[in-house]
Design a protein around this ligand. Structure first.
Ligand code: ADP
Ligand code: MG
Length: 568
């Protein structure tokens, strides 16, 4: 909680100012019943109408002053809490951006999103409510109780007991209610997820005539969300009636005990009126305190979740360079595991000269994409050395390392923006560069035919493009930055053989000197590579040129025969 509280520090003066204004407002509110008593005790029996008007006017002035102070203080509180939340969200966002992929995996994307949205909201609410009610309510309760004890200890005891009971009742009810609300929130998240899956998978669902099943699935989670909301509502339904009941019982007791004492000549009757005023004031303030406590407990839980991210240690530091065995890019006895359980890459060694092409072939799950991720230092190799540009990636600043790369990953998304912006990708590239990249990526022909060419807006999932068109746009994006190393992970999977061959030729022609890493299921895409790795369960089963592998690697020959045979 400390780190999040620290965000208040720059606004300490404003907070202190707000607290003082709130304090003044509470004093004004506490004085009201005393004036009322004065009117009833002194002015009314004396039938002093001008005095009644004077005191009444003063009461109005006090009430007005209190309201004005509260408005001013609430505005200051709102300003501070919004400002705090804004800077908290800003820092959280930039920290999330810098998390390593391993940390991202650990926190999970959806939890990061909910920390950035839900949790910052709860922290905002906490700061807001504590500043608004955190001073006023305790002041009113403490001041009110002190005054009533001075005036009539017997009635004050009733007051105290009812206040305590009210606080306990609210506290208990909400404490039981909050877990139900957490469950209801999770159920709502599921509903949202299903809607999202449906919206994005709408073609498959239609194609497989799955609407009926989908509707059933939606109804199930929808019903579940309703049931959980209902459970939370059932628990919370007790809160208001309980506090009303306590308030009314307290009022009855005050009147009863007061009447007995008045009858016995131990108290003036007007005291009862004063007491009833204080009673209502204190009771409302007690509810306020309980609400502030609930806000704090929710806010503190969220603050902890936010701090988990803010304080997550930097886990990919710059290290002294390990020995590299030359060449532009390569690995030396590299092993890696995502979860630390079983190895996803084992003992990988290869090297590549500048301008050469590396091909990677292997069944799904054999570690091809993982190998590319290690080159970019998205993850750190557990053992061994990875180098790019002749330098250990762990000793290269991340920006420098990644600026060397142009990458197409599998399942990459497009921006909901123009074709130009999708290729330039917030790098502010000139239209000439974008056009040139599109031409090399074999994308220019279809871009020209789009209704507004480069300025055509794309759907976020690229639903208004074919799979192959999307893929070529992504290649253009990777090429547009003029990278030294180009990584294409399955970038040909949706291209026909002729387009894929044209793309390979164009890259070689337009990007002389680029070092290529091509991951593909197709032998045809790899056959010209200087070196091909055949991966199997995270190990290099064989490596060499197309010709060497045809001779020495049964598996490669088998795949080649299957594919080329079909082709011929
Ligand atoms: P390929 O690209 O060859 O299909 P990958 O490199 O994507 O294979 O995956 C290799 C192995 O690592 C698979 O067993 C996969 O389940 C696992 N894996 C991939 N990404 C992650 C991740 N983020 N967390 C945990 N395991 C992963
Ligand atoms: Mg892959």
């Amino acid at each position: 909680m400390g780190t999040v509280l620290g965000y208040l520090r720059p606004h300490a003066r404003r907070v202190a100012c707000g607290v003082t204004v709130k304090f003044t407002a509470a004093l004004l509110e506490l004085a009201l019943p005393l004036l009322l008593e004065y009117i009833i005790r002194v002015c009314v029996p004396a039938r002093d109408l001008p005095a009644i008007w004077r005191c009444g006017g003063m009461m109005a002035a006090l009430a007005f002053g209190a309201a004005a102070c509260n408005i001013i203080a609430n505005r200051m509180a709102a300003w501070v809490s919004m400002e705090v939340t804004r800077s908290l969200r800003r820092d959280l966002y930039s920290r999330v951006e810098q998390l390593s992929c391993a940390q991202m995996d650990r926190f999970s994307t959806s939890s990061l999103v909910s920390r950035l949205t839900n949790d910052t909201y709860h922290v905002h609410q906490m700061f807001d409510k504590v500043q608004r009610g955190g001073i006023r309510a305790p002041m009113l309760v403490a001041g009110g109780l002190a005054l009533t004890f001075l005036l009539e200890p017997a009635l004050a005891v009733i007051q105290l007991a009812v206040s305590l009971l009210t606080f306990l009742a609210i506290w208990q009810v909400t404490r039981r209610g909050i877990p139900h609300y957490a469950k209801a929130q999770a159920a709502t998240d599921t509903v949202v997820r299903i809607i999202r899956e449906n919206a994005s998978g709408v073609r498959v669902i239609k194609a497989l005539a799955g609407q009926g099943r989908e509707r059933q699935r939606f109804q199930t989670v929808n019903e579940d969300a309703r049931r959980k909301e209902e459970a939370a509502g059932c628990v919370m339904a007790a809160a208001n009636p309980l506090t009303d009941f306590l308030l009314n019982t307290g009022l009855v007791l005050v009147v009863l005990v007061g009447a007995v004492r008045v009858a016995a000549g131990e108290m003036y009757s007007h005291r009862i009126v004063t007491f009833l005023s204080y009673f209502a004031l204190i009771q409302t303030a007690t509810l306020g305190i309980a609400k502030v406590f609930i806000r704090i407990s929710k806010g503190a839980a969220s603050a902890r979740r936010i701090e988990e991210i803010l304080l997550a240690p930097e886990d990919q530091l710059l290290c002294p360079a390990g020995p590299v065995s030359g060449g532009e890019l390569g690995m030396e006895r590299v092993s890696f595991s995502y979860l630390g359980v079983e190895k996803d890459l084992t003992d990988v060694t290869f090297a590549l000269e500048k301008g050469e092409t590396l091909g990677i072939l292997g069944p799904t799950g054999s570690g091809k994409s993982t190998l590319a991720a290690l080159l970019l230092r998205l993850y750190d190799a557990g053992e061994g050395v990875v180098w790019v540009g002749g330098r250990d990636v762990k000793s290269t600043p991340k920006e420098e390392l990644r600026s060397r790369f142009g990458v197409v990953f599998q399942n990459e998304a497009l921006l909901n923006d123009s074709v130009y912006e999708n290729i330039s990708f917030l790098r502010g590239l000139s239209r000439e560069d974008v056009t040139a990249a599109a031409k090399t990526a074999q994308a220019w022909e279809f871009i020209q035919r789009l209704p507004e060419g480069l300025d055509t807006r794309l759907d976020i999932r690229g639903a208004n493009l074919s799979g192959g068109q999307r893929q070529r746009l992504l290649v253009a994006r990777a090429l547009a930055g003029r990278p030294a190393v180009l990584v294409l992970d399955g970038a040909d999977s949706a291209l026909d053989y002729r387009t894929a061959a044209a793309l390979r030729r164009a890259i070689r022609r337009d990007c002389p000197g680029v070092t290529l890493v091509v991951i593909s299921e197709r032998v045809a895409s790899l056959r010209d590579a200087n070196r091909i790795l055949v991966l199997e369960e995270g190990r290099i089963a064989a490596q060499g040129t197309h010709g060497e592998l045809l001779e020495n690697c049964v598996r490669y020959r088998h795949i080649a025969e299957l594919q080329e045979g079909v082709l011929l």
